[in-house]
Design a binder for this molecule. Sequence first.
Ligand code: GLC
Length: 735
Amino acid sequence: MRHVFWTVLLSVIAFAVTPTEIRSQNLPYKDPSLPVEDRVEDLLGRMTLREKVMQTVQRTYGKNTNINNIEKEVKAVDPTVGSLIYRSTSPELYNEIQRRAMQETRLGIPILCGFDAIHGFRTVFPIPLAQSCSWNPELVRLSCRVAASEAASSGVKWTFSPMVDVARDSRWGRVSEGYGEDPYLNTIMGIAAIKGYQGSDLSDPSAVAACLKHYVGYSMSEGGRDYQYTNISAQTLWETFMPPFEAGVKAGAATVMCAFNDMNGVPASANPYTLTEVLKKQWAHDGFVVSDWNSVEQLIAQGVAADDREACLKAFTAGVDMDMVDDIYFDHLEKLIEEGEIPVGMLDEAVRRILRLKFRLGLFEAPYVDERPEQERFLQPESIDLARRLAAESMVLLKNENEVLPIASDVKRIAVIGPMAEERAAVNGSWEGYGKPEDVTPLLDCIREKFGDRLEIDFVRGCGFDGDDRSNFDAALQVAVKADLVILCLGEKREWSGENGSRSVLELPDIQEELALYLGEADVPLIFVLSSGRPLALANVEPVAAAIIQMWQPGSQGGFALADILAGDVNPSGKLSISFPWSTGQQPVYYNVRRSARPKMGHYKDIPRTPLYPFGHGLSYTSFTYGKATCSADLVRIGEKICIEVPVTNTGKRDGMETVLWFVSDPVASISRPEKELKYFEKKLVRQGDTEIFRFEIDPERDLSFVDDKGNRHLETGEFYVLVGSQRVEFQLAD
Ligand code: GLC
């Protein structure tokens, strides 16, 4: 009742005040002492139809940096627009734009500026796929805090991140932007990112609004070809792709971005079920949905809209509240409402959601940012240290024959070979924000800095990333045969992964494979250092590698982190969050597969049935022995909990961090269940010779249930297994 009273009262007052007096008045929507909802209603009640429509319009400002979204540089701003993709690090420029919105428009509604701070804004952290291999959500949260602080200092109060698209086909270039193949890991990392970006108070000057994307099912683009059709059963949708979004919404993600893909015949940008029925009604999301770039207009290409007008009608009525850059809402929304095709109440609800976030961000009270120099805002020492630490924890030691790593003290000469050794852009990866190649110290220089005073270091490039120039092979072999070990730096160019970065082959380019095999002829240990935005198919070259470090695209401090690992100053602790296939043909390959009618049959005859390196694989310079896993009971009743413990002993020669992954397996249920599902993990330091107890407290409702094709959760009694390390613990669930 109080809410209604205020709304009626404020509406009466609203129309009693003439527009010219509005800016000078302390009207209710400008009163920070009032509840946000009352301020929203007061402002909404004062807005014209056009002003409301403009809040649903997102445009850009500045020079576009995403080569997949072609547009000319934009220098003009309509101050009544709801949002800008703001491409500048200048607080002065931002304030100038915002001052126009606050002072030249009738109601003084601030513009919400967004940007793709995906793995950093100016300080570049490892790509999200790499971050997920750290299994360290706290470091992910901290990296997002840095990104938020750097973004917010430039006027960007909204990032289009985290991407929580569970990915199973590494031909899809955007596997680089998510947190791997598992729903639970994507959920945990997505929540960590949201907390990092948003902090505990959105109005904090260093907080930014998060944006869960791409909602939903985008990663199932057929054949890994970006933007393509996705065919996803309703049960798989709920079991695999919805959980990170549902958890992210419940963790308070301020916004959601709908995806490009068509799912089962309905584009994600015009899907009333996912956007309104589930997101806004079932999950009670009170933020707003922004389209992806041009994804409203693209409904025409997807064959569900005959023209812009119909695209506008379909996207808006499905639940897309804000239109990213194609101006479809700008051109058609007002007329559709005037013609009665769209009820004004639906527009009010969209604008309500947008205004709510602007009030929560404190943009009405603090629309401007301090005009500080970049050296005070970016690349702070603690940010650099964090970037180096997260990069080191993200790297995965895939192979280490005869403990050839870390580089031993009797090694006197090394050869650094390969196109990645001098690379900068690729090390930052795609979506590098304002990270600059010159911020990156190439691997070769980092190795020289780390080892130059005690080792002879030769460098020969050997070959390019691709092409067929073998003219440098012999020079590479000559330095290899003189060396005690070779560090062979290979991988992908920056643009080979990320958006629109689909590849039909996951093997390294022929020239790189040939160089590796050519050097394999020399009797010297080869240490592969691989930088890529996706898993690579390494079966052709793995046999000649004594060791393999997957360093991913580790960001501007990646080279230093790699040198720390090569020297043993850091003990690698990364584990794969996505499977490495034997070959491209094995795609898609992932651990939580459904059970098969003939588990031992039907697999490819020309390669093993398992991936070359499975989900969860990652070596350490020490060794961990898992003791016997014990269960607090053999039977647990619905409503109770059960606890399983496993002692882990560091049996090696140095301290190390170990991540224990806990999987659940339901051997018999009313629908077929995956062979196993990750339900919990924990990463801890285990000092040399010590034993740490890792514990998983099972909540049957959360951990043993499954969802049906409507998202309803089912818990069925019977036998369950918990898999930890190489052990299986069995117990019964009873009523
Ligand atoms: C892109 C991407 C999306 C990004 C948006 C804005 O096409 O699909 O992830 O946030 O456009 O740059």
